[in-house]
Design a binder for this molecule. Structure first.
Ligand code: AMP
Length: 214
């Protein structure tokens, strides 16, 4: 099964993707994570995308499509969760073509609905475990006092993303509404869209998604 999690930054796509990875042996393909890895590795591509990401703009379609193409050629396990991809109509068309070429199908597109005020509050309070990526929130799920991640049990460094600040977030939201939100109509027209309330409790969102995927 291959699915897309669609929604603005902070909607909870990464959190739900991780739950699906654990529960269904699916593979999370987060283009944001891939780009951050490229940036941290100091590769040429990483240098090209660093400023674009810091500003909150989208990197070029060619770069992200190239990253996804590579991953689709590898291990498939229980299927792919596209997290943060596609973000433009061009990327959506490219994904359809890539899946076609590999004989795969797109089984569901799940839109995670949230309002902007909640996103700002979530994102500026967000940190993740540097070891396993578990997401924490200063208000609702603080980093444990003993510094040991509740998910992986290690006392890893807890990281805040460089682009999780008010200025960059404003730009990321503008990019979302301009370039990514048209995908809601695109997938609706194909009869593939389902929507969930991204502001519900993590477990309720998980259950809503499970009901959609069957
Ligand atoms: P994310 O972790 O999904 O919030 O992505 C972080 C940043 O990486 C975004 O603000 C963009 O600069 C870049 N990025 C991630 N995925 C894409 C994509 N599919 N298309 C273009 N830019 C992307």
């Amino acid at each position: 099964m291959n699915i897309i999690l669609l929604g603005p930054p902070g909607a909870g796509k990464g959190t739900q993707a991780r739950i699906l990875v654990d529960g269904r042996d699916m593979i999370q393909l987060s283009t944001g994570d891939m780009l951050r890895e490229a940036k941290d590795s100091g590769s040429e591509m990483g240098r090209i995308v660093a400023d674009v990401m810091a500003r909150g703009d989208l990197v070029t379609d060619e770069i992200v499509i190239g990253l996804i193409r590579e991953k689709l050629a590898g291990d498939k396990r229980g299927g792919f969760i596209f997290d943060g991809f596609p973000r433009t109509l061009k990327q959506a068309d490219a994904l359809a073509q890539l899946l076609d070429e590999t004989g795969e199908t797109l089984d569901a597109v799940i839109e995670m609905q949230v309002d902007d005020a909640a996103l700002v509050a979530r994102i500026t309070a967000r940190s993740t475990c540097g070891n396993c990526g578990e997401v924490y929130n200063d208000e609702t799920k603080p980093i444990p006092a003993d510094g040991v991640c509740t998910s992986c049990g290690t006392s890893a460094e807890f990281k805040r993303r460089a682009d999780d600040n008010a200025d960059s977030l404003k730009q990321r939201l503008m990019e979302y509404y301009k370039k990514t939100s048209p995908l809601i109509g695109y997938y609706y027209a194909k009869g593939q869209l389902s929507s969930v309330d991204g502001l519900a409790d993590i477990d309720d969102v998980r259950a809503e998604i499970a009901a959609i995927l069957g």
